[in-house]
Write a protein that binds this ligand. Structure first.
Ligand SMILES: [Zn+2]
Ligand SMILES: [Zn+2]
Length: 329
């Protein structure tokens, strides 16, 4: 099969590699679409380590099941022909304290699609059947792909803001463009902060329900109850913290961020909270994939052929598109 691999930091190549074979409890999937996430860029840039390179990145996989490996345990694999989504969380141990507490996103031995397990920048992929999800009907493969990380982890971040009404979204990329719609659906007031001068992102934010959109160099037009930072820019943390009122929370939703500059304790005082959100649980996936069609979430997607994965990642880095890039093998 044709696949895109990361060999080492900065080294991306397209190659013919042997077709993967499903092991016990796994399914073999023909990939129809795979969303491009900022985490893929962090993996390529070496900001998030790859334990055993080379690896095929891509963790927003939409495909159809071709075959199942040998049965394992008591779970049923989705049947051949079933359309499934495969997210970042690819395997958990089920026995560590986090798994036992329903926090498998923090599993001691978790394995992640497109980092520890070959992902979806390829024609075929194998995945543990327990971590494959049926996808809502009414979405094309292209449209549904960004829901699998931008949507799932974005929604986990949104839940961490509790019942905040005035919500700031810092970094208006793939995740924010999904979550703004969910937040508006839930009756929240959305304030979108894009890269300064990114009129296209601000225009998209307003179209998707934000009541205010502007550059992240501008102060919030009023006090916020919570903020989610999707951009990998640590300097946004003190800015967002100053924008939220007493008791407010700043949620950092990315896997990597540049260092956070110092700030006066007074900005944290008043029971303000800074927290991160890591990965997702299978419960998050089931919950969000049921919610998305009710909103209904609409994604703005930019398709690229598999061979142009490098260009998709460059365009993401440079902010050349709004919404989400999706590879079509
Ligand atoms: Zn992701
Ligand atoms: Zn575990």
């Amino acid at each position: 099969m044709r696949a895109v691999l990361i060999d080492a930091p900065g080294v991306l190549r397209t190659a013919e590699i042997p077709d993967p074979e499903p092991g016990p409890g796994q399914v073999l999937v023909r990939v129809h679409a795979c969303g491009v996430c900022r985490t893929d860029l962090h993996l390529l840039d070496g900001e998030v380590g790859i334990p055993r390179p080379p690896v095929v990145p891509g963790h927003q996989i939409v495909g159809t099941v071709l075959a199942a490996g040998p049965a394992a345990g008591d779970h049923d694999a989705p049947p051949p022909g079933a359309r499934v989504g495969i997210p970042w969380l690819g395997w958990t141990c089920g026995s560590c304290r986090f798994c036992r507490e329903g926090r498998e996103n923090l599993c001691d031995r978790a394995r992640f699609t497109g980092r520890d397990i070959d992902g979806g920048f390829a024609e075929l992929a194998v995945a543990d059947a327990r971590f494959c999800f049926p996808l809502p009907e009414g979405y094309s493969d292209l449209q549904v792909a960004p829901l699998l990380c931008a949507g799932l982890i974005g929604h986990r971040a949104l839940r961490m803001t509790g019942d905040a009404v005035r919500l700031g979204l810092y970094g208006f990329g793939a995740a924010a463009h999904v979550i703004a719609q969910v937040a508006a659906f839930e009756g929240r007031r959305v304030f979108a902060f894009s890269r300064p001068g990114d009129e296209a992102a601000q225009e998209l934010a307003r179209r998707l329900g934000a009541e205010w959109a502007g550059g992240s160099d501008r102060p919030a037009p009023e006090e916020l109850d919570a903020a989610i930072i999707f951009a990998p820019a640590g300097e946004l943390v003190p800015l967002a913290l100053r924008a939220v009122g007493r008791g407010g929370v700043v949620v950092c939703a990315g896997i990597h961020m540049s260092d956070i500059p110092g700030f006066p304790y007074a900005d944290l005082w008043g029971e303000r909270t800074i927290r991160s959100v890591a990965n997702l649980t299978r419960a998050d996936a089931r919950e969000f994939l049921a919610l998305a069609p009710r909103v209904p979430v609409r994604t703005e997607t930019h398709p690229y052929p598999l061979a142009e994965a490098g260009r998709a990642l460059d365009d993401l880095r440079a902010g050349r598109f709004t919404g989400a890039a999706v590879l079509l093998p």
